[in-house]
Design a protein around this ligand. Structure first.
Ligand code: UGA
Length: 443
């Protein structure tokens, strides 16, 4: 099957590469010709385990093509995936200008039937707007070419996107025309062999499913963070509570890890966008607003604890920061708790010495060269003479620590652990102060 993907960001590139790997002929289009030139040579601009090797292999086998030419892209596939970004508008709603501009491009160049597939996370009602935009442009061209628009949201997690694509729990497809089902079945057949994963539904339900899934996961996290704040004040240990409630299959163990708040390009943006959509239809989504504000407070808690450990004086102090990415196995720092923390440290006159296995370049790109930010080559190079250590991301490489050595290196022997990586007794036995999340003496 011939497939075109618009947008070679995270979602577009993973989707295109995995569909090529499944045997389809795929052409990925992006307006950024530098990016396209790099991709043609196997240079993948994001860090995602397994992706680069797959891109190289499928480019070499000529199943994965790249272009910056819109006419070529539209001419190529019967299926036209829209996987461009939907950045948040000033009011929190998703900005659809890139999605609608792709719709316009498709309508401008199409000569025969096309199935246009919304893959980007878009507010409920977007498929209708895409349809209208295409119909309008075809009308202007004075041609009558059939087309369908369907919604096929993605549920990939950064860091395990390639695996999620092939082993995802479901493939949701919202459509309103009998032409769509056979085409989408053919597209996903390689991933639908062992069990029926395709779920066909109406378009608006598919669009809402995406937001509901992310909002539910974000709710679980904020709920657990709320319980962790209570546990700190009640002398309970949230790690015990987590095990206690997770054992109930109705609750489950996943996404109930307390921490320093959720980040990334999806949860914060999608929770806000859904709340905004609710307002637009005259409904106040009280729970979504609470999920968002609990998360905001949780991100700030790292600095609050650090400040307490240093008796409120950060002026001229150097803070070691482990973990800059919003979660492990990615170099993505969008909405990462580390950013809130570093910016608060700088505002209080402190300095940051940071390390992350993948996100150092991204950190430089975001903050540039500055006197109050040093990036260390190795994890332990952050420590000598630092006043305290804050852990923002649960990279595996942070789990094994010689606490006695650390005690000697830090001026104020304090670890602020935003991810509950250690056994509090072992840390404290080495003479360190330990401020974790929702555990005894963490306040
Ligand atoms: C999320 C969803 O998990 C995907 O299903 C969805 O496709 C994607 O958004 C999207 O909309 O594109 P992602 O943002 O890559 O994926 O990251 P997650 O692994 O879900 O983690 C999100 C945040 O929640 C991270 O900051 C993580 O540290 C935090 N988290 C996660 C917790 O604090 N506690 C947990 O128990 C789990």
């Amino acid at each position: 099957m011939r497939i075109t993907i618009f947008g070679t960001g995270y979602v577009g590139l993973v989707t295109g590469t995995c569909l090529a790997e499944a045997g389809h002929e795929v052409m990925c289009m992006d307006v950024d010709s530098n990016k396209i030139n790099g991709l043609m040579n196997g240079i993948v601009p994001i860090y995602e385990p397994g992706l680069e090797a797959l891109v190289k292999q499928n480019v070499a086998e000529e199943r994965l093509l790249f272009t910056a030419d819109p006419a070529e892209a539209v001419g190529f596939g019967t299926l036209q995936f829209i996987a461009v970004g939907t950045p948040p508008d000033e009011d929190g709603s998703a900005d659809l200008k890139y999605v609608l501009s792709v719709a316009d491009t498709i309508a401008e160049h199409m000569q025969e039937y096309k199935l246009i597939i919304d893959k980007s996370t878009v507010p409920v009602g977007t498929a209708d707007r895409v349809s209208e935009a295409i119909a309008q442009r075809l009308h202007q061209r004075d041609v009558d070419i059939p087309f369908d628009v369907c919604s096929n949201p993605e549920f990939l997690k950064e860091g395990s996107a390639v695996e999620d694509f092939s082993q995802g729990a479901r493939i949701v497809i919202g459509c309103d025309s009998p032409r769509v089902e056979p085409l989408m079945r053919e597209c996903y057949a390689p991933y639908n062999r062992r069990q029926e994963k395709l779920m066909f539904m109406d378009i608006r339900s598919a669009e809402l499913t995406k937001y509901a899934a992310n909002a539910m996961l974000a709710t679980k996290i904020s709920f657990m963070n709320e319980i962790s704040n209570l546990a700190e004040r009640l002398g309970a240990d949230v790690e015990n509570v987590r095990r206690g409630i997770g054992s109930d299959p109705r609750i489950g163990y996943s996404f109930i890890y307390p921490g320093c708040g959720y980040g990334g390009s999806c949860f914060p943006k999608d929770v806000q966008a859904l709340a905004r959509t609710a307002t637009d239809v005259g409904y106040e989504a009280q729970l979504l607003n609470a999920v968002e504000s609990v998360n905001y407070r949780q991100k700030a808690s790292l600095f609050t604890k650090l400040s307490q450990a240093l008796d409120g004086d950060l002026e001229g102090k150097t803070i070691a920061v482990w973990g800059l990415a919003f979660k492990p196995n990615t170099d993505d720092m969008r909405e990462a708790p580390s950013r809130e923390l570093m910016e608060a440290i700088w505002a209080a006159g402190g300095k940051v010495r940071a390390y992350d296995p993948e996100a150092m370049q991204e950190c430089r790109r975001l903050y540039g060269e500055r006197d109050d930010l040093a990036l260390a080559k190795r994890r332990d190079d952050t420590l000598e003479g630092a006043d305290a250590l804050v852990i923002c991301t649960e990279w595996k490489a942070f789990r094994t620590v010689d606490f006695r050595r650390l005690r000697e290196q830090l001026t104020t022997p304090a670890i602020i652990d935003g991810r509950n990586l250690f056994n509090p007794e072992s840390v404290r036995a080495a003479g360190l102060l330990y401020f974790a999340v929702g555990r005894a003496d963490s306040l």
